[in-house]
Design a protein around this ligand. Structure first.
Ligand code: PLP
Length: 392
């Protein structure tokens, strides 16, 4: 990963344009949805994007711009685009790039709502989709059709922490004129920079690590100026899922501590994954930092550390739920990426919308627990989980 400065420095300063904000170290929240002009020529020029400026909240706001440029900087991309949720960003990206008659290659095992959105696009919008095992890069090549428009990448994937070789898949895409989109929510720009590995567009649920405090919903895209402008003209202008200035500001505040948090999330997850791996009641551990993980070597090459997510399986649904019900520090909740440790039973929560057959094919067993490891003390977390494991 190449950066001019360390991410510990860049995360703190990514949003700063002191000259634009009267020296304010925290970007102000511009609670404005309407912007007036000095004269009609200026009004026309800004409305037609011939001059920089703001005119209407859905189409731009200085606080939102600060977030967009901060994420672009952290992702080493030319431009960013912020939305009201990760799904607003994802749906806008897909519907701005692909049209009816196109085809998308995506992962068999991925975030359930992204997957469900692709199934919706296939059923109602005539956008074909092929779901593959994305742990083998060649499966992307094998799924290409003459009308393939997008390779969807999610690495590490939700909830099984599968790893896709980003550089190789991006290379296959380039050879075939296909746009690559990588969901970088799990890794965050602390751990992984898909744009520097050849990916065209990065997607974030900023609800997760970028925000970092379980207190907001937002999404961000980062990519080339040309691609972002294309998505802006449809995905923001027509679909309208823009982020509110207050929320953009909360994400910006979260980003300042992103590197610190990610380091602690990663250290804690590493310790927990190793404890779970040697525990007799744990049937499987899914964590790219374990040498036995199928793509451990790929993860080592493309990630700075292995992130804060760990999934593991106990023998069945009853045991998984008993474990969850006996945790004292870790909360049972569906999201991830916040400072607090949260756990969920994937089969009955995030992936309940998958059929049993789809879950089996994606490797999501009834005993699977997904854990978003927080920034608490790792010994306290280990003690909490060990004591709950004793109850099953
Ligand atoms: N991408 C991933 C990997 C996710 O885990 C999620 C949500 O859990 C999303 C996208 C969607 O983001 P949001 O809930 O902010 O719409």
């Amino acid at each position: 990963m190449k950066r001019d400065k360390s991410i510990f420095t860049e995360a703190v300063h990514a949003d700063q344009d002191i000259s634009a904000n009267h020296g304010a170290l925290s970007v102000p929240i511009y609670n404005a949805s309407v912007f007036a002009f000095n004269d009609s020529d200026q009004a026309a020029a800004v409305h037609n994007f011939e001059e920089p400026g703001y005119f209407y909240g859905r189409l731009g706001n200085p606080t939102r711009s600060a977030l967009e440029s901060a994420v672009a900087k952290l992702e080493q991309a030319e431009s960013g685009l912020a939305f009201a949720s990760g799904m607003a960003a994802i749906s806008a990206a897909i519907l701005s790039i692909a049209r009816s008659g196109d085809h998308i290659v995506a992962l068999k095992s991925m975030y359930s709502t992204s997957s469900n959105f692709l199934k919706y696009a296939a059923e109602f919008l005539d956008i074909g989709v092929t779901f593959i095992d994305a742990t083998e890069s060649e499966n992307y090549r094998g799924a290409i059709r003459p009308n393939t428009r997008i390779f969807w990448i999610e690495t590490p994937s939700n909830p099984l922490l599968n790893i896709t070789d980003v550089e190789t898949v991006a290379e296959i895409a380039r050879e075939n004129g296909i746009v690559t989109v990588a969901d970088n929510t799990f890794a965050s720009p602390y751990n992984q920079l898909p744009v520097t590995q050849g990916v065209d567009l990065v997607v974030h649920s900023a609800t997760k690590y970028l925000g970092g405090h379980s207190d907001l919903s937002a999404g961000v895209l980062a990519g080339s100026k040309q691609l972002i402008e294309k998505i802006f003209s449809k995905g923001v202008k027509l679909f309208g899922g823009a982020v509110a200035p207050e929320v953009a500001w909360l994400v910006l505040r979260g980003i300042k501590t992103l590197a610190l948090r990610m380091k602690q999330h990663g250290d804690n997850a590493y310790a927990l994954a190793h404890m779970l791996d040697s525990h007799p009641k744990v049937k499987a551990v899914y964590y790219p930092g374990l040498p036995a993980h199928k793509n451990h070597e790929v993860a080592k090459r493309q990630m700075k550390s292995f992130g804060g997510m760990v999934s593991f399986a106990v023998s069945g649904e009853t045991e998984a739920k008993t474990l969850l019900n006996n945790l004292r520090i870790c909360s049972i909740a569906t999201s991830l990426g916040g400072v607090e440790t949260i756990v969920q039973h994937s089969a009955s929560m995030t992936h309940a919308t998958f059929t049993q057959e789809e879950r089996e094919s994606a490797g999501i067993t009834d005993g699977l627990i997904r854990m978003s490891v927080g920034i608490e003390d790792k010994e306290d977390l280990i003690a909490d989980i060990e004591s709950a494991l004793e109850k099953i």
